[in-house]
Design a protein around this ligand. Sequence first.
Ligand code: HEM
Length: 453
Amino acid sequence: MTTLPILSATSEGVVTSRRSPVRVIASLIRNPLDALPPQIYDHKLVYTEFGNQVRLHLMDPELIHEALVKNAAALSKGEEVRRALGPALGQGLLTSDGAHWKWQRQSVASGFQWEKLRGFLPAMIAAAERRRDAWQVGDIMDIGHEMMRTTFDIIVETMMSGRERIDVGRVEQSVTDYLEPTGWMFALGLLKAPEWVPYPGKGKASRAVEYLRSAMADMINERRTSGEERADLVSMLLSAKDPETGREMSDEQIIDNLLTFISAGHETTALGLAWTLHLLARHPNIEKKMLDEFDRVVGEGSVMPEHIEQLTYTKQVFNESMRLYPPAPVITRTAEEDFVLSQHRIKAGTVLLVPIHAVHRHRLIWEEPEKFDPEHFAPDAVKNRHRYAFMPFGAGPRICIGSAFATMEAVAILAVLAKRFRLRNKSETVPEPLMRITLRPKEKLMMRVESRG
Ligand code: HEM
């Protein structure tokens, strides 16, 4: 048997990026997307070292498959995720590992089966119609905010049976306040600074978490005292039992998960939709093709649940927009044990990064990677490409549990809104993406509502 080389800066096929630590820290704070090595858009495997920490960037779909799917058991979410998201999401589904992750995933899996998801379509369409009916020709609005409101209504109504008890505006502001200083969290984590070290925005972020967790606690108390039985996520979490210990979830664990679903389940889809509407306004020929599909499938009447699956071009448009602006732009893991990746031995402690943003714009994978072209998702194009060349929802056992929910929801919202109104960008400037765990536009995306005529 041949001995595999331990992956190092000089290993074959590995490109090393050396940048000044000061610059890396400064860009992490400003915009973590800029802190990624620039070589990731042209090379398959990029190696960096910071202090004693080895960081490996995987852009090759085959290596991504090997790491996130085949070797998933050797990987954990790691210190970076725990430090950035732990204060808000505790040990919920997104942030936990091992057996604790597994039983939580099994406890909620039945809520995401296809039939169950189809049952959510009327609520998705109704939420989009309420938003549409609140708009008037001539309005100028922040489309990101409008989409957050719409997807928030949907997640609360479908997963928590009711939006009347939650202050939507306050939750939205709290999520923003929490995410705003995450660049600092990454930077201080990389410097191994203790967690008590203060940074700008830390107080605001702590108050945001306090509010969010207390709002979730109120929801649980209300459900417990009313004794109401509903077939939703709250009931699933209240009745979940760990198969190994027989233990039920504590209130803290239920709060962890409710907050996980509320935040992971609305912000990402809203950002995907906001970027899509912005791109459609810049590409009227593609918008026209989507409208032709609405004419063919929906006709003169209202969008109905049975139309959604048939709106295949609209889905291509949403996918293409997530290719260029993946709402979750980077996946991080830490190797908990040594493992083999292609011809390299990866040492325990190595941090693996899958920069989805770079995979989706990679010059060895995509022709004209910067061009917005939904034909990238025509059935033949998809068939001829590696499965993990496009991975907005991740890969392997930790793949997004809400991927089908999000896609269905996005297509329904696009159809309801774009059928009635033409949205146009107020500014011609191409917005800069800013990574705050999710991929937000640096400036608000302001759009004008026009009549379809
Ligand atoms: C366009 C919308 C969405 C995008 C791009 C997205 C993206 C992702 C990604 C990339 C991951 C994997 C993270 C990792 O491997 O470290 C993930 C996990 C997750 N997502 Fe989503 N997501 C979206 C919508 C949703 C929705 C609608 C829900 C809930 C209804 C949801 C709930 C979750 C949860 C709970 C996890 C953790 C799963 C686990 O670790 O088992 N997401 N998402």
